[in-house]
Design a binder for this molecule. Structure first.
Ligand SMILES: Cc1cc2nc3c(=O)[nH]c(=O)nc-3n(C[C@H](O)[C@H](O)[C@H](O)COP(=O)(O)OP(=O)(O)OC[C@H]3O[C@@H](n4cnc5c(N)ncnc54)[C@H](O)[C@@H]3O)c2cc1C
Length: 468
């Protein structure tokens, strides 16, 4: 016998209160539930309740009850996601399950270069735990002080170190998760090699809460890169970008950890909105931030970076270059790149995009986007910047107003023409859901739905996210 939907919800909530305790099932108007909202303020958030389990077993009990009463579950971690994935949809029938109470670092194993932590651990705390053991957790995001491990796994977070260490996919060795029927999958292995069939953890990584609740992860650690060399190069134009990226890889090889592009538009925004200091005497069309790191021999590292700067200027790939001579200068150069989202916000906000193409197509995509958007949408300003070493660019557009959807459609067509992706690292959530079809064809979308149906036949895990 099936229940009336709202009777099911009421019964489910009563059972959840009995299983977790009253204080762990917050009513939506409870001030303590206020953290469940869309950071960007683009979506309303009306949960039926906010669940706050403290252990994997409590998560499993809660999901089992929700499955029994067909109550949709929205996993929630740091709430820093940029595509509305952690926001409950509709008018108050979905419960939010916060994993913030699962916040223990379970183990750090230096011999194995591995760390196991629960989903609610703040990323900067995971980094700190690795550092305390003399090791390095390479996931670095501007949101690392608030984003949690579970959210990073669920969104396959990228960040500024992907070039050297890969995305979260490459960093996760094992997972523990609660499946949509409430069973616990114990997959916390720290194997580097395991060829025993489908890689189940990879299905959950980047699934944005649609296939289960990640409760803990074992992640790969690296030797601590104690030495850092940073420089900002000024480019004569976009035409030089591909050559410069190749030269940086050749000279710095596996010490190269970041290549971040921004434009004159970005520099002007920084100067105007954040009173930043332009390190160059003259204006330049583009800037490339380069970072290399090493575990030893800082002099050799600095010499390698100098070789890159000299080579770039000599070959005409850079018009000028500023190396950071000490840590504060390195931080000041990084602050330029990291200040861009805030500068956009202060300038009135932007339509944000997070697209990706093959390395050799980045310059072409940015040039085409700037040209077409200026022509078709007069009065807008394109601020293109991002992790260009990974082919990932944020082609953000200021001043689009009501034309936001049309601007995005034009950009996504340009990306699709170049066999790119409409979301290189932020995910799909609800805000990018309609964009998925630009770069994922009918067969791929059908396969995605097949996976979803196989793992979540009742469709209770974060419905309405990722898949239309
Ligand atoms: C200033 C700023 C800078 C950022 N920079 C980057 C960047 O450089 N690179 C990048 O990739 N992202 C970036 N982001 C986006 C965001 O920080 C990351 O995606 C982050 O990993 C999200 O983690 P969270 O804990 O906040 O997740 P949330 O926002 O809470 O959730 C994100 C998604 O994951 C799901 N989810 C959360 N926890 C779980 C769980 N335990 N199990 C299953 N599903 C779960 C949610 O349902 C939702 O769909 C940035 C965001 C901000 C605000």
């Amino acid at each position: 016998m099936t229940e009336e939907p709202d009777a099911g919800l009421a019964r489910g909530l009563a059972e959840l209160r009995a299983a977790l305790g009253e204080r762990r099932v917050l009513a939506p108007d409870d001030p303590a539930a206020g953290f469940v909202r869309d950071e960007r303020g683009l979506l309303p958030s009306r949960p039926a309740a906010v669940l706050r389990p403290r252990s994997t077993e409590e998560v499993a009990a809660a999901v089992r009850i929700c499955a029994r009463h067909r109550v949709p579950v929205v996993p929630f971690a740091g709430g820093t996601g940029l595509v509305g994935g952690a926001v409950p949809l509709g008018t108050g029938r979905q419960v939010v399950l916060s994993v913030r109470g699962l916040d223990r670092i379970r183990s750090v194993d230096p011999a194995d270069f591995a760390l196991t932590a629960e989903a609610g651990c703040v990323l900067s705390d995971v980094q700190g735990a690795a550092e305390a053991a003399g090791l390095y957790f390479p996931l670095r995001l501007a949101s690392e002080g608030s984003a949690r491990l579970g959210g990073a796994v669920a969104t396959n977070a990228g960040g500024s170190n992907v070039l050297r260490y890969g995305t979260t996919r490459e960093l996760v060795l094992g997972l523990e998760a609660v499946l949509p029927d409430g069973r616990i999958w114990h997959g916390l292995r720290s194997l580097r090699k395991d060829n025993t069939g489908y890689d189940l953890k990879q299905l959950l990584i980047g699934s944005e809460g649609t296939l289960g609740v990640v409760t803990a992860a074992t992640v790969r650690l690296a030797p601590y890169p104690r030495h850092r060399a940073v420089a900002l190069l000024a480019l004569p134009g976009l035409a030089e970008l591909t050559g410069l990226l190749a030269l940086a890889r050749e000279v710095l090889a596996d010490r190269l950890s970041a290549l971040e592009l921004f434009s004159r538009t970005g520099m002007e925004l920084l100067v105007r909105q954040l009173a930043a200091r332009d390190p160059f005497a003259d204006p330049h069309p583009r800037y490339l931030l380069v970072e290399a790191t090493s575990t030893r021999d800082p002099a050799a590292l600095a010499a390698q970076l100098d070789e890159l700067l000299a080579g770039a200027v000599e070959r005409g790939l850079a018009a000028d270059a500023v190396p950071a001579l000490d840590r504060p200068q390195a931080q000041a150069l990084w602050a330029l790149r990291e200040g861009l989202p805030e500068a956009e916000k202060r300038a009135g906000g932007a339509v944000k995009h997070d697209v990706g193409v093959a390395l050799g197509s980045v310059a072409d995509l940015v040039a085409a986007a700037e040209e077409w958007i200026a022509r078709d949408f007069p009065g807008t300003v394109v601020n293109a910047f991002g992790h260009v070493g990974d082919g990932n660019v944020h082609v953000n557009v200021l001043g689009a107003g009501e034309r936001a959807a049309a601007v995005s459609a034009l950009l996504y067509r340009l990306v699709a023409d170049r066999h790119g992706t409409v979301s290189a690292e932020h995910g799909i959530g609800v805000l990018k859901r309609d964009a998925l079809e630009y770069t994922r064809g009918p067969l791929e979308r059908e396969l995605l739905r097949t996976v979803k149906r196989a793992l979540d036949p009742l469709g209770i895990m974060n419905p309405g996210k990722l898949l239309p």
